[in-house]
Write a protein that binds this ligand. Sequence first.
Ligand code: HEM
Ligand code: HEM
Length: 244
Amino acid sequence: MEPSPMARQLQKTRLMMYATFGVTEALGVVAVFLVLNWVVHSLGGFAWDGSSQQFNWHPFLMVTAFAFLMGNSLVLYRVFYFLDKKVAKVAHSAIHTASLVCIMLALYAVIDNHNQSNTNNMYSLHSWIGMTTCVLFFLQLVFGFAAYLVPQFPESIKANMMPIHRFMGTLIFCMGIASIISGITEKAIFTYAGEYQHLPGWSVEANLLGLAVALYAVGIGILVTNPSFSREDNIAQMWENLND
Ligand code: HEM
Ligand code: HEM
């Protein structure tokens, strides 16, 4: 039997969702590759000894946590709508917990590097926006955990909290992207000093990294805010198809 016009429209929407997801994932992988390549080839690689190579864990772990992991955790309810809601919730929480570990290590890497090299902490706009973002992320994780994983939490508050959880989660992701872009800019200016204006080789890679992160964020933004990509609409579509 021919699918109904409604079912066809819903199928088209889902196709658009997966096309957006495919492009977004590719950009996320490119961003992680670019930050790794930049850190290893231009900034001197990794170490854990208080040196500037220890600092290098900071950009790598922050891009992994605040862009790649968080972005995927935000869109998984929609892209994997067919998963049991409980499984999706555990995956969402587990990925955020993995982000938390990366963020703690990334903050330790830079603060310890500053302390060991007698550099002041928390002086730049980047560090102020970055730290605010980390605190908001931590609060979101604590409230998310309490409301949606502790069964004794009152149902009425839980439902009222969801729009706030959605809004704050998306805002924290956007603030993470702003922190990444300001961090890359700051590091490029420190590293390439007066040469930056002539775009020496590795500074192009730093710029491309920022661009990849920004475009990835656009993709995640579309996936997590388009009402027709919501889990509810996808589930409705699944039923529509079954009834055809
Ligand atoms: C969401 C991502 C990020 C967050 C939340 C964040 C957060 C922070 C914080 C809180 C500090 C201050 C540490 C201290 O005072 O000792 C800092 C320092 C720094 N970060 Fe980031 N960062 C992020 C990403 C990046 C990236 C991708 C780079 C690029 C290389 C970067 C470069 C720097 C630099 C150069 C410093 C030292 C100078 C300063 O204190 O501003 N950050 N970051
Ligand atoms: C253990 C901690 C967390 C739990 C248990 C949790 C739980 C949930 C639940 C149950 C939903 C509803 C999904 C739906 O109704 O379809 C949700 C959605 C969402 N969460 Fe969390 N969450 C946690 C942490 C976080 C964090 C740290 C962030 C961001 C920084 C975040 C951002 C979001 C966003 C943006 C949505 C909306 C997704 C959509 O509209 O498809 N969550 N979360």
